[in-house]
Write a protein that binds this ligand. Structure first.
Ligand SMILES: Cc1cc2nc3c(=O)[nH]c(=O)nc-3n(C[C@H](O)[C@H](O)[C@H](O)COP(=O)(O)O)c2cc1C
Length: 169
């Protein structure tokens, strides 16, 4: 198995997960951000980390993922909403649709990720002004107290267990 970790993280939440994956893989695999220059042909298995931006992934992630095909993939991501909520599930499905038709998804771990005060204030403004998708944005506000403590040690352990289970490492 030729494996690499590639992640995107704006405020550090998904990086915490990516570092956990790196440790689980005995620090023996390359770890990149989506903005790095990566020879995708060198790998058959990718651990891909993302964060949810406006219901999908950020632009740099989309650009890279559009070039990913015929790989075994373990996805891991963070989001402001509760991943088990309706909005959370829709976001998870949207992410998988970006890769699933031409790759094999071995597993997908997702957890809440804390949001910065500035972003929460923006969410409040948008809900008040009925901008974007107010129910989806409200869902971020509703989960903010819970998300404030995530990803935590248990999230990282759960992800490491998934990696162990699907990659046998
Ligand atoms: C500009 C912006 C847009 C966001 N949009 C969403 C969203 O649509 N849905 C959601 O669940 N979380 C949203 N979030 C919350 C982030 O997904 C969450 O805080 C994530 O853990 C950030 O990951 P990072 O620290 O790795 O950048 C948004 C955050 C920012 C900054």
């Amino acid at each position: 198995m030729k494996c690499a970790i590639i992640y995107s993280s704006m405020t550090g939440n998904t990086k915490l997960l990516a570092d956990g994956v790196y440790r689980q893989l005995d620090e023996l695999v390359p770890i990149y951000t989506v903005k790095d220059k990566i020879d995708l042909d060198a790998y058959d298995t990718l651990c891909l980390g993302y964060w949810i931006k406006k219901g999908g992934c950020d632009k740099a992630t989309k650009k890279l993922w559009d070039n990913i095909h015929d790989k075994k993939i373990v996805l891991f991501g963070t989001m402001g909403v509760n991943p088990d909520s309706e909005v959370g599930q829709q976001q998870v499905e949207k992410i998988e649709r970006l890769l699933a038709d031409r790759n094999q998804i071995l597993g997908h771990f997702v957890c809440s990720g804390k949001m910065e005060a500035e972003q929460l204030a923006l969410c409040k403004e948008k809900v008040a002004a009925s901008l974007d998708n107010p129910p989806a944005i409200q869902a971020q506000l509703d989960n903010a107290d819970y998300a404030a403590n995530h990803p935590d040690k248990m999230d990282i352990l759960e992800l490491q267990r998934l990696i162990h289970e699907v990659l046998k490492r």
